[in-house]
Design a binder for this molecule. Sequence first.
Ligand code: GLP
Length: 251
Amino acid sequence: MALPPLLVEADAQAVADQVAARLLEALACGRTLGLATGRTMEPVYRAFVARLKGLPSMERQRLISGWSSFNLDEYVGLGSGDPQSFAAFMQLHLGQPLDLPLGCLRLPDGRASDPEAEAGRYARSLQAAGGIGLQLLGLGSNGHVGFNEPPCQPEARCRCLSLSPSTRQQNAGAFGGHPQAVPTQAITLGLSEILAAEALLLVVTGAEKAEILRRSLQEPPCPEVPASWLQGHPNLQVIADRSAASTLLLS
Ligand code: GLP
């Protein structure tokens, strides 16, 4: 099967620089950004902040005043005041360093009393904003994107769902290393909203993601590997480091 456009960089830092350049370009073109969280995105956001800070201040202000972004997901039960929430992650990595006006970084409200209703509200606000221009995506070790856990069909919509034991294990680092401390549920954009983005940028680093990246890109799409549905998107770019790309069959 033909690979989508794939850029392989030496390491996570070089990957971050490439991704930051694309984010800046999308912001400068007035595109709505679809943002992600996770360890993969930490160097990406550092590089993005450095690029923005390197611009003349008027240009930076112009870009920031046109900022529109929607995050993929949030844990149910956590709000921006909880350091482990994705809202707090975004505030730490982009909001504070860039001095973004409050409300710029949009995420589902994990503290909403009715998470399913909140998922519907979030999907409608994304639709009202015209959808996503450039969607940044990390890759879960079980093949999830956002929190679309396997099995997942490409028609899945923004919703509240239960997190798998393996995802709670994967994300335990932010919760003192205790998987049982990771919330059991999350609100996530569905694959349908993700696949509706004009462009997708899948960012994968580290040898531990090599096998799931290979399955995502080089096996026929299937519900067991949610990221494999990305293959059907006409404008998917993959940026990986050498370790993550090590098992791809490059031709
Ligand atoms: C998390 C997030 C995803 C993220 C993925 C990878 O659970 N919901 O959006 O891309 O898992 O995380 P990491 O970059 O820490 O490996």
